[in-house]
Write a protein of this length. Structure first.
Length: 162
């Protein structure tokens, strides 16, 4: 077994509360801001989430992976942590488990640090060999999602039309 982990973070000019709303309260709506996610909807296999989370999970159609089954496994609004497991038929067969965890920390008024940790466990020879390209994929994915979140969170609010 090999564990592959990628950590990344970004400072965003938005309040920790608004970022938490995007990442946790609107968990199912990730396709509205993450460019690699073609669509997202509630996961019918996980209707109830842990520790008061607004949902148990989501199903996403992800570029290059296909449909994912994502289930919230950690939810702590006080510490700004939301984590979820990810399974998908489109992942390499040597991936035995995969997860992602977001952490949001206030860094002053209207600023927050958002951290992301992607982790996968792989098995067998292919898991060891495949760890190098997976690390590259994780680095690209983490940077892309963090930048997408920053762009979305810092966008000016739309004015209502009458």
């Amino acid at each position: 077994m090999t564990t592959i982990e990628k950590r990344d973070s970004i400072t965003i000019d938005a309040s920790a509360e608004s970022l938490w709303r995007i990442l946790a309260d609107q968990f199912v709506d990730i396709s509205q801001w993450a460019s690699g996610v073609l669509s997202s909807k509630p996961n019918p296999e996980a209707p109830i989430g842990p520790d008061g989370s607004p949902t148990g999970g989501r199903v996403c159609d992800v570029k290059g992976v296909g449909l994912t089954d994502e289930r919230i496994v950690a939810f702590d609004p006080e510490r700004g942590i939301i984590g979820y497991s990810i399974t998908a038929k489109g992942l390499p067969s040597f991936v035995t488990s995969m997860s992602n965890t977001w952490t949001v920390k206030a860094k002053g008024p209207g600023r927050a640090l958002v951290s992301m940790r992607i982790e996968a466990t792989t098995a067998g020879l292919m898991g060891a060999v495949g760890s190098v390209p997976m690390r590259r994929m994780f680095a690209k994915s983490a940077a892309g999602m963090l930048n997408d979140l920053k762009t979305h969170a810092e966008a000016p609010a739309e004015m209502p039309t009458s």
